[in-house]
Design a protein around this ligand. Sequence first.
Ligand SMILES: [Zn+2]
Length: 439
Amino acid sequence: MRSVFVPWGVALGETERLLDDLSRYTRVDGIELLDFHSQIEKANYGAGRSPALRVLPSSGRFGLDLPVVERGEFRAAQRFMSEARSRGFKITCNFVPMWSGSEELIRTSLVDVRGGLLTGPGDFPVHGCPNNPEMLRLGEFMMRRFVRAWPDMDVMALNHLEYPWRIRWDTPQIDVESLFSCFCEACEKSAGEQGLDLPRMKTEVRSLLASLSRPSSWKEGGVPPTVNADDIVHFFLGRPYLVEWLRFRMDSMTRYSRSLIAAGRQTSKEYNPKLRFGMEFQLPSLSPLLGTDFLALSSDLDLMIPKFPDYLPASVIPLFAREVASRGGLDESALLKLLRDAFDFGPGPRRYSAYDVPRHILLYSNAFDYSIVARQMKYLKPLIGRVPIQPYIWENNNDWKSLKRKIEMLADSGFDDFFLWSWEDGISSEHLRALKGIL
Ligand SMILES: [Zn+2]
């Protein structure tokens, strides 16, 4: 299956045009829809309805606040899925259970190392914690509802089962402290039950953050030219509670994910027995640090969807390098190179160039290295032959040349099928016509 992401505005507003164009110009036979209506469907995070609304029928007497679309919109969504399916397109639901549009659920939010509550992106006031019992109950409830309410769905793809980073796009600047969550009461309770000392872990995370702001003890330029396995082992040996904390986060997320998958599978037996359960996860080399144990979870899933997003090499990693370099007085470009090497992004360009007219949130046009998939294969190797893998790629700024190379890059690593994210302008008639023979 080759699947493209379609925002609800296009799906409902231009149904016939979209399905005709996809059939006429492309080999696409899958359509991915978000489980919510939100302003984040827009490339510029532009004005949209607030709060984000789930594409579900009324939440009935569930007891937790669950903002959903109006009945007419829900019916229109069902009609679209049915129409697309009758024309041979497989429907994937991009389900993000941990983001919530409900202000009432702020108490379930992730808590970072400073004690701040983490919000979701755009019009999601909450990024929930997997250890919070209410968040778990809501996630299982929504999972069951989607399996029942989207009968034309082929793939239920769980997404963003990870701990987030936050970026202020107006500056732009990464909030390094936000990377260090969660220290909420529910986490403390869960850690305590497992005989773990969360406050001690927090102290070690704090001291790591404080050490970032001290002038480096490294020599010339402040950054070593390479980092080898020995350096990494020593880094973690000196921080045993940090290791324990990373493990705790990952196990918490795995438990939460498994509960949702089990709820979905139970419901699908009755309502949609052929439904496949998949998981979209971050770049394989980074996933464990972000709390996603994709290797463990693969035994629960039918489809693994590793992401190869431009926003990591073109925004997140450069902003992280900039922030850490400025705190510790390090050489920013040396640090960026080190991070790219350590996480197998590929070396990237000698000189980074900005977009002439950026439409999407990316700092650089040439930061994506086409060797990235081949480099990441070693992390995916244990999955091969055990569970189907269908990578996720992005098209930004209608850059069809780059998209063409990405599709070739996937083919070189043995992937003919993929998921593609592009924004509204990426699925216009004009652009799809230009993609004839490519997509
Ligand atoms: Zn928590």
